[in-house]
Design a protein around this ligand. Structure first.
Ligand SMILES: Cc1cc2nc3c(=O)[nH]c(=O)nc-3n(C[C@H](O)[C@H](O)[C@H](O)COP(=O)(O)OP(=O)(O)OC[C@H]3O[C@@H](n4cnc5c(N)ncnc54)[C@H](O)[C@@H]3O)c2cc1C
Length: 439
């Protein structure tokens, strides 16, 4: 990934933190499971935690080692080495193809049914959403093991700014605070866009990197979709929408480990938060990033899945919606107090985002935070990617998380790259990329 990030100007000059721990799961009586990024450490931790689950644990660990084989050759890898790499991947697929298929079709729920330790079962189920394909989990651990998935100091905003600078430096123009309402077509050719303020832009090609549902069903009035294009929108599960709470706390957490995704702990009793009852609280302490808070203070976040329809209905009454947000803030502070006594008096900043917030900012269908889940229904996309065009409409393309199951930022960059390769091919041009200096 490093090369792809370099092409779009995001990594140069940025500091990354590679945490040893992916996530930590705290149970009753001081029991805990640490999901290490290093596969050998993870193997030892899981076997020490539940020796009676040796067989499925080793299968899981071997699955991660199997995923380690799928290394992308870097952009400037010499041709012969690239061929060698492809041959190695083909060989691995030939020998282990069945295993690859098996993991693709297994969900965490199915896998954990084989575990006997209930805490290990819960922990693996909490790592990912229950419908998610295990294959994706194996690849995530493989990336962590290779230190191919770090945290950028400063978080997401400086990354966005770097991308913006790179795009404008290459001649791109960004129009902020403009909403596309329609994609203009003439004789089944895309020829421009119309904004909500009625302005029109003409273009020889149109690429939608926006929400897939709005693009296909609203901007194009569902005129260019067949059963295959409709299928995901009718059948595939999506990442849910979220309650995302951010807190600024007047204290440090030096005794807590630096992790990729935080930790979760068991609550004293189940609690109803909006439409869901929770028994554990996932917390992410950003103690690795001093740039997010003044000296001696820390940012922490809590991310909970929440139902879009519940919030949509609630938002019809602005007062009720705001009251619920406030109530949730107070509830979460109280629950944080179970793990960090006295924290309520140290909280200086609080921000609660709901599925309505995500919808308002991103336009994503039902506020989904990452598009399509990879499930057994679509796990074959690793071999056969989704189409980036629509039937019967030329000069129109899509990229981003709605044509790349699994979503996420790396996929976003790779999706744009995949599309530009296709466009270069259409134009008979050689696809080439450039870097700006720096590592
Ligand atoms: C809280 C949270 C945490 C996450 N954590 C991670 C993580 O750790 N790692 C990771 O890889 N991914 C993470 N994700 C997911 C990741 O952010 C998304 O998968 C990714 O941003 C998708 O990129 P995209 O370009 O496809 O779509 P988006 O980022 O949704 O971009 C689409 C853009 O199109 C614009 N747009 C939409 N409709 C219109 C319109 N009609 N007119 C004009 N513009 C429009 C939107 O404003 C937006 O700027 C997280 C997401 C959330 C919400």
């Amino acid at each position: 990934m490093h090369d792809y990030w370099k092409e779009v100007g995001i990594v140069q000059g940025r500091e990354f933190v590679y945490a040893d721990e992916y996530i930590r799961f705290e149970g009753p009586g001081g029991r805990k499971i640490v999901f290490y990024g290093d596969v050998d450490r993870l193997e030892k931790e899981l076997l020490d935690f539940s020796p009676r689950d040796k067989e499925p644990i080793l299968e899981f660990i071997n699955g991660i080692r199997f995923a380690l084989n799928f290394d992308q050759p870097s952009v400037d890898t010499p041709f012969l080495k690239k061929i060698g790499n492809t041959a190695r991947i083909m060989y691995t697929l030939l020998i282990h193809g069945k295993q690859f298929k098996k993991w693709g079709k297994t969900t965490p729920q199915e896998f954990t049914a084989r575990l006997s330790d209930p805490m290990l079962k819960d922990a693996i189920n909490e790592l990912w959403l229950p419908d998610f394909s295990m294959l994706f989990m194996l690849f995530t651990f493989a990336y962590l093991h290779k230190k191919n998935a770090g945290y950028p100091i400063g978080g997401s905003l400086p990354m966005s700014r770097a991308l913006e600078a790179r795009y404008t430096e290459l001649g791109g123009v960004i129009n902020y605070n403009k909403k596309v309402e329609k994609i203009l077509t003439e004789g089944n050719m895309a020829c421009g866009i119309k904004l909500s303020d009625a302005t029109e832009f003409r273009a020889s090609r149109v690429v939608s990197a926006a929400d897939g549902y709005s693009t296909i069903y609203k901007m194009l009035d569902d005129k260019y979709a067949d059963a295959k294009i409709h299928e995901p929108y009718e059948k595939w599960p999506r990442f849910p929408s979220l309650i995302f709470a951010g807190f600024g706390v007047n204290r440090t957490f030096n005794d807590e480990p630096v992790t990729v995704s935080g930790f979760s702990y068991q609550l004293e009793k189940p609690v109803r938060i909006a439409d869901e009852t929770i028994v554990r609280l996932p917390v992410h302490i950003y103690n690795q990033d001093k740039s997010l808070a003044p000296d001696g203070k820390t940012v922490l976040t809590i991310m909970l899945a929440s139902d879009y329809d519940y919030w949509k209905k609630l938002s019809e009454n602005k007062d009720a919606y705001n009251r619920k947000k406030e109530e949730i803030g107070k509830q979460l502070i109280e629950l944080l107090g179970q793990r960090f006594p006295g924290i309520s008096s140290q909280i200086e900043m609080m921000n609660i985002a709901t599925p309505m917030t995500f919808e308002r900012y991103t336009g994503n269908w039902n506020g989904s935070f990452e598009g399509w889940l990879i499930t057994p229904l679509n796990a074959n996309i690793m071999m056969k990617p989704m189409s980036q065009t629509l039937p019967g409409l030329s000069d129109f393309y899509m990229c981003g998380q709605w044509v790349e199951p699994g979503g996420g930022l790396p996929t976003g960059v790779m999706s744009g790259r995949r599309l530009l390769k296709k466009i270069c091919k259409e134009d008979g041009r050689k696809f080439r990329t450039t870097f700006i200096a720096g590592e």
